[in-house]
Design a protein around this ligand. Structure first.
Ligand SMILES: Cc1ncc(COP(=O)(O)O)c(C=O)c1O
Length: 305
């Protein structure tokens, strides 16, 4: 493919059949092949371009957002091309690689303590809001509360998966952080075929999974810690909750056996596919999202020998 800009190279990622022991056809969608290295390139681009269209983001402006890393990296990459200053707040559990990647694109990074409650003023989301309030000519994509996050995936990955599977997809598995991916893609697919099952993968320690009593967890990007319109519960048929240990165990299998060097949220999603597998039958076509690359986590030593 030949593109005029790196922004046009966002999306169009392949699906690859993975020989899981199942009668169903199971495919991984390699979102880590996006130019910024994750599924978040899609949502960041859409939210930024909508803001440019409606005047919320003006030339010379600053983009500020809270991110587990990947949304920030996507914003930093897009900000670099479009000439915006970028400030990203992150929780201190972020991998060194993601932190350095943000800085490599020229973004300013504010590292915040890990807190589980959104209203804690130390929280990375609260700190981004505070920075936005005091920075003139700034725009906050606000991925947890911006409905365009969901629409990004509705317009981009939804049609892509429908075409790639030639309309045969029966099950869609995605990690839920903001819920934008699972809700946006899920909505599109169910409009095409209401029988398609949409499975959201969550951390077993998240705000949602613990019914409001979250515990710290290591998996980055995934985990429903905020309730917002972006996550559309009506679209989700089932949540599968996965522990850090289960996600990491699966990560190693994906790398050692299937040649997929992916991040912990992909390990969690693949674990959920394994856990769900007995419900898949011949003729089913399941797709699971590999949201980012394992190269962003090598310093965390997840992969063993
Ligand atoms: C690697 C990875 N997987 C999954 C997700 C969850 O995606 P969403 O926020 O669309 O629910 C994220 C979000 O940051 C991510 O970075």
């Amino acid at each position: 493919m030949k593109y005029k800009s790196i922004l046009d190279a966002i999306g169009h990622t392949p699906i690859v059949k993975i020989p899981f022991d199942s009668d169903a056809n199971i495919y991984a969608k390699l979102e880590y092949l996006n130019p910024g290295g994750s599924v978040k390139d899609r949502s960041a681009l859409y939210m930024i371009e909508q803001a440019e269209k409606n005047g919320d983001l003006k030339p010379g402006g600053t983009i500020i957002d809270a991110s587990s890393g990947n949304q920030g990296i996507a914003v930093a990459m897009i900000g670099a091309i479009k000439g915006y200053k970028v400030i990203i707040t992150v929780a201190e559990k972020i991998s060194t690689e993601k932190l350095k990647t943000l800085q490599a694109y020229g973004a300013e990074v504010v590292v915040c303590p890990v807190t589980m409650m959104i209203d804690d003023p130390e929280n990375y989301h609260a700190q981004a809001l505070a920075l936005h309030a005091k920075t003139p000519n700034s725009f906050m994509p606000n991925q947890y509360f911006n409905i365009n996050n969901r629409y990004a995936h509705y317009h981009s990955m939804g049609p892509e998966l429908w075409e790639q599977s030639e309309g045969k997809i029966t099950h869609f598995f995605a990690g839920a952080g903001t819920g934008g991916t699972v809700s946006g893609v899920g909505t599109y697919l169910k409009e095409k075929n209401p029988d398609i099952k949409v499975i959201a993968v969550d951390s077993n320690c998240s705000f949602r999974a613990t019914k409001g009593h979250p515990r710290p967890y290591d998996v980055e990007g995934m985990g429903v810690d905020f309730d917002s319109e972006v996550l559309d519960y009506n679209i989700i048929d089932e949540f599968v909750e996965v522990s850090d240990a289960q996600a990491i165990e699966m990560l190693k299998i994906l790398a050692h056996k299937h040649g997929l060097l992916v991040g912990p949220s992909s390990g969690a999603v693949a674990y959920a596919v394994e856990a769900y597998k007995s419900k898949l039958g011949e003729g089913d076509l399941a797709v699971f999202i590999c949201g980012d690359s394992g190269r962003a986590y090598l310093s965390k030593d997840f992969y063993g020998q």
